[in-house]
Ligand binder design. Structure first.
Ligand SMILES: [Mn+2]
Length: 364
């Protein structure tokens, strides 16, 4: 039996453009700590092999410090480490992968064709391939089968399962079923796939181990598993420093601050949260700037959105024979004609600001 650690899609030196400049800088610095956490995990779990399935760097421009940190972390791992470069970090003459200085235990695949690296002491063979450019349409598994030699066969690939016409290393489920590998350690999809089976081949995408935006939500991590003939087990191990969440807070009949407090996860002070207010609000609406400052310390970063709809009471005085009545009648008619979404939100805003102005209230 061999024990493996499978990770992919670190995207080191990502810009974190969705955050303010100072936080984005923080996040880029923090992201460099990821390989250290990976090394700690590999050592704690005493794995026999580490499979890194590409996109370890976000682009070809990599800070020298980032490469150094990655190399130093991988050198601490006492077992073989394999890297299969992906579409974001292809193996080219200019890539950090082509430079000297990688630790002896690290093996980087360079060819677009599969290369086999036997590990006789483990009774297994690791087969891997690289992207040699930001795109690769060739079908690396087409017609390829692992030899039936009683050894365990592992694949380490950056590949796009189900993307028949993909420019990112297309691999079909039929090819996975026919290839005869025991486990295919894939990278490319940033969401954990769960452990999948095609024929006798188990495969998985661990997802990216650190979310970088609101399209990479929740807990992120890597896979630790065991492999023997005909049997693969793997468990997801969270490894991220911070999580991204999109949360809803219904403010119908309740204080927005209380709804917001209840919506936030326990780990909010370390996480990046977007909270969308829903439900019904009265004339005052939800005061986003006030809530943002009141909750500034509750989250690492907080973003609020108002998607509430006005309670009927907002329109209550539309029947009045007054400027207020005429104003509300006009907006109500427009509100009813408008479709859901931004147009209606604008009309509700206009109603709230207009009523505040009519009353001489300051709405901020
Ligand atoms: Mn990726």
């Amino acid at each position: 039996m061999i024990k493996f650690l499978h990770a992919a899609d670190f995207h080191l030196d990502s810009p974190f453009a969705a955050l303010r400049a100072e936080k984005a800088r923080d996040r880029r610095r923090e992201a460099r700590e990821l390989p250290d956490r990976l090394a700690d995990l590999a050592l704690a779990e005493q794995v026999d092999v580490v499979l890194l399935s590409g996109d370890l760097f976000d682009g070809e421009q990599v800070y020298p410090e980032t490469v150094e940190r990655l190399r130093a972390a991988l050198a601490r791992i006492t077992c073989p480490v394999f890297i299969a470069p992906g579409n974001h970090d292809p193996y080219t003459a200019r890539s950090p992968y082509a430079a000297a200085g990688w630790p002896d235990n690290v093996r980087i695949f360079r060819e677009e064709m599969l290369t086999a690296v036997p590990l006789p002491e483990l009774g297994c063979v690791v087969h891997g391939a690289a992207f040699a450019a930001p795109e690769r349409s060739s079908q690396v598994l087409d017609g390829w089968t692992a030899p039936r030699d009683g050894l365990l066969h592992l694949l380490c690939l950056h590949a796009d399962v189900d993307g028949a016409d993909s420019r990112y290393g297309p691999v079909s489920r039929a090819q996975l079923a026919a290839c005869g590998a025991d486990y295919a350690a894939l990278g490319h999809i940033h969401q954990y796939s769960g452990l999948q089976r095609q024929g006798g081949t188990l495969w998985a995408y661990p997802g990216c181990p650190e979310g970088r935006g609101f399209d990479e939500l929740g807990e992120k991590g890597v896979l630790v598993g065991t492999l023997e003939q005909g049997r693969v087990e793997a468990r997801f191990v969270p490894l991220c420093r911070r999580r991204y969440w999109i949360l809803r807070a219904d403010v119908t009949d309740r204080e927005p601050a209380a709804a917001l407090r209840d919506a936030l996860p326990e780990t909010a002070d370390r996480d990046v949260c977007r909270v969308v207010f829903t439900g019904e609000t009265g004339e005052q609406g939800v005061d986003l700037p006030a809530l943002e400052s009141a909750f500034a310390d509750a989250c690492y970063a907080l973003e609020l959105r108002d998607r509430t709809r006005p309670a009927e009471s907002l329109w209550a005085r539309a029947g009045e024979d007054s400027l207020r009545g005429l104003f509300l009648q006009e907006l109500r008619a427009r509100y009813d004609r408008a479709l859901e979404g931004p147009e209606r939100e604008k009309i509700v805003q206009a109603a709230r600001f207009g009523l505040a102005a009519l009353d001489g209230r300051d709405i901020g």
